[in-house]
Design a protein around this ligand. Structure first.
Ligand code: DGL
Length: 259
């Protein structure tokens, strides 16, 4: 069982930012990544649709004998992980915007959160924000259009720059000192974001924390892979395999799935 893969899913290619953190911390683990790009973006869909898509993704990963599932999508986590945990036996790891560290460390008492509509309007986001950031100004911004551009491979485009400039303006006006990236697609925007904001603003995401949590849960269930040879990383997408390959940055084999 411990040699079974860790299953990871996202609405598209963004969750590869989480896959990369997991591989960095757990290089011996076999992994299976599922990009539901044909249904991206999830962020504009309602809770019920997001939940149904998350169930479909989970069942695919379970069919492939995944020993643990990482919901590498803030939108799916904040809307569906509770139900997934109730419905299935396998351990789930989710991802949420890193409000807590940003709120605890902010000196200007103002933080920015860039995330999808689905995440920002979720109950879980509301609860976390009320719990950790009630004494702060939290500038929330829906990153409308960003996931779509990333899914098209247009990370360094003029359209991306103009969207980001307009989304950052209210945050800069509010004097934020932390920018929380609440969507797993957004870490790919960090080089561009750094050009658009002053140096003193820290950009944070939850990728490393998710990898640490994955390790802790595998340890707890005695599921860490003990075999160190022939590690396999499988990638499946119902979108364009070339775009997934490009974002992975290494020559991994990507399989198209009619899913
Ligand atoms: N990567 C997903 C997230 O973390 C993107 C959601 C979407 O498809 O809109 O929220």
């Amino acid at each position: 069982m411990s040699a079974n893969p860790i299953g990871i899913f996202d609405s598209g290619i963004g969750g590869t930012s989480i896959w990369k953190e997991i591989k960095l911390l757990l290089p011996n683990e076999n992994t299976l990544y599922l990009a539901d790009s044909a249904n991206a973006p999830y962020g504009l869909k309602g809770k019920e649709i997001i939940t149904n898509l998350s169930i479909k993704n989970t069942e695919y990963l379970l069919q492939k004998d995944c020993k643990l599932i990482v919901v590498a999508c803030n939108t799916a986590t904040t809307n569906a992980i509770k139900l997934l945990r109730e419905k299935y036996q396998v351990p789930f790891i989710g991802i949420e915007p890193a409000i807590k560290p940003a709120a605890l460390n902010s000196k200007s008492k103002a933080i920015g959160v860039l995330a999808t509509k689905g995440t920002l309007t979720s109950e879980l986001f509301y609860t976390t924000t009320s719990l950790y950031a009630s004494g702060l100004k939290v500038v929330e911004q829906i990153g409308e259009g960003l996931v779509e551009l990333i899914e098209m491979g247009k990370i360094d485009s003029q359209e991306m720059t103009s969207l980001l400039k307009s989304y950052l303006k209210p945050m800069l006006d509010a004097n934020i000192d932390y920018l929380v990236l609440g969507c797993t697609h957004y870490p790919y925007l960090i080089p561009l974001l750094k050009e658009l904001i002053p140096n003193h603003i820290k950009i944070i995401d939850s990728g490393e924390a998710v990898a640490r949590q994955t390790k802790a849960v595998l340890e707890k269930h005695d599921l860490l892979n003990s075999q160190t040879i022939n590690t396999e990383n499988q990638f499946f997408t119902n979108g364009n395999p070339e775009i997934l390959k490009t974002i992975l940055g290494s020559p991994y084999h990507v399989t198209y799935l009619d899913f």
